[in-house]
Design a protein around this ligand. Structure first.
Ligand SMILES: Nc1nc2c(c(=O)[nH]1)N[C@H]1C(S)=C(S)[C@@H](COP(=O)(O)O)O[C@H]1N2
Ligand SMILES: [Mo]
Length: 359
């Protein structure tokens, strides 16, 4: 479906939700479009490039309406950015305690592309936000039945983030036109933020003095306390998620694999939080008692993941392999999923764990 490879891990066909298989995230600075994960909350709109329009209004001095040709008149920029869903690695949280109503995504709700488009900042500067503006809300036409009440998808980011150089209105992905499933003709890409803020099929930018009241900003994509009831759906409850935080994953070998004794290469990716970088990754073959430092590949840019690999020595029997990343401020990941369990299963930043059967 949607020109994706047959080995995608499908969580649902309608809405279409598909996770990248581990092999597609192994030693790949850029993810192939055909195996780039996709997350949708409703039917995928079909908007012809010629019919696409973007309205910029709200607290601006000069409201604008742009078609694709007018958008392309702004200077073109591209950025390599990793897109990661807030629900990435949820399965390990769900293993601690059940998470109702959310798909058990493994570690493949993440992918990286080179995105081409124009700066949101350049478009906003033409519209001239007024002094009272604090947020930019993004509106799309896809109606989702998941929301209470059903509504179109939307979210917002703070104006100060919107005015940074790397937030783009994107029409190209890895050198091709942005595919429909990824938001074509035009989407927002907000590097460093959870995927939910990178709104696809963008139709309207509304400049305002508060965050969006859309369900996906105001009610969900919020980190609730363990005892909170997510079905109560109280607007404004919990911590609104924006910037992503440090995490990593093992993509090779896989949990349960049989390997021979001796040296084995363990590989994976790591991502740091906004404005931070991955400084070190360690791997342990004994559940975290002794560690070996991984070799890090140079990231493709400040918003791209870091690929890493480490050789570990294995004795026959069961090996509990774990990994942890450190960022350039010295912060590292929590050891276990249980202490960060939350009712919607967001932001699992705990150590990835696999066990291997060593022969
Ligand atoms: N209009 C719209 N934009 C959206 C979504 C959506 O359902 N509708 N899903 C969001 C979420 S939660 C994520 S993680 C990313 C996924 O982008 P992708 O499908 O290109 O990987 O898109 C975001 N933008
Ligand atoms: Mo997401």
């Amino acid at each position: 479906m949607w020109d994706k490879t047959a080995d995608m891990i499908i969580h649902g066909e309608d809405p279409f939700n598909a996770e990248s298989p581990p092999a597609a995230l192994d030693r790949t600075p850029l993810t192939d479009v055909a195996s780039f994960f996709t997350r949708n909350h409703g039917p995928i709109p079909d908007i012809a490039a010629a019919d696409w329009r973007l309205t910029i209004d709200g607290q601006v001095d000069r409201p604008l309406e742009l078609d694709l040709a007018a958008l392309r008149e702004f200077e073109e920029h591209s950025v390599v950015a990793t897109m990661q869903c807030a629900g990435n690695r949820r399965a390990a949280l769900a293993a601690v305690r059940a998470i109702d109503g959310e798909d058990p995504w493994g570690g493949g709700a993440i992918s990286t592309a080179s995105w081409a488009g124009v700066r949101l900042r350049d478009v906003l500067e033409q519209a001239r936000p007024s002094g009272t503006a604090t947020d930019v809300s993004f509106e799309a036409p896809d109606v989702t039945q998941i929301a209470r009440p059903p509504q179109t998808y939307g979210s917002s980011i703070p104006l100060h983030k919107a005015l940074t150089a790397d937030v783009l209105l994107v029409y190209g992905m890895n050198g091709q036109a942005l595919p429909r499933v990824h938001g074509g003709p035009v989407r927002v890409v907000v590097p460093g933020y959870i995927g939910a803020r990178s709104v696809k099929w963008l139709q309207r930018l509304h400049v305002q003095d508060e965050p969006s009241d859309n369900y996906f900003q105001h009610t969900t994509y919020r980190l609730l306390a363990p005892e909170d009831d997510p079905s109560a759906g109280r607007p404004g409850h919990g911590i609104s998620l924006g910037p992503f935080v440090l995490t990593c994953e093992i993509v090779h070998p896989l949990h349960g694999d049989q390997v021979s004794r001796g040296s084995t290469e363990v590989r994976g990716w790591a991502v740091a939080g906004e404005r931070r970088s991955v400084a070190r990754v360690d791997v342990s073959a004994d559940g975290g008692t002794t560690w070996r430092q991984a070799v890090l590949d140079q990231a493709a840019g400040p918003w791209a993941w870091t690929m890493w690999r480490a050789d570990i020595d294995l004795e026959p029997g069961r090996a509990d392999v774990v990994a942890r990343a450190w960022d350039d401020t010295g912060a590292t990941q929590p050891e276990a999923a249980a202490p960060i369990w939350n009712p919607k299963g967001y932001m699992n930043t705990s150590w990835p764990r696999i066990s291997l059967d060593v022969t």
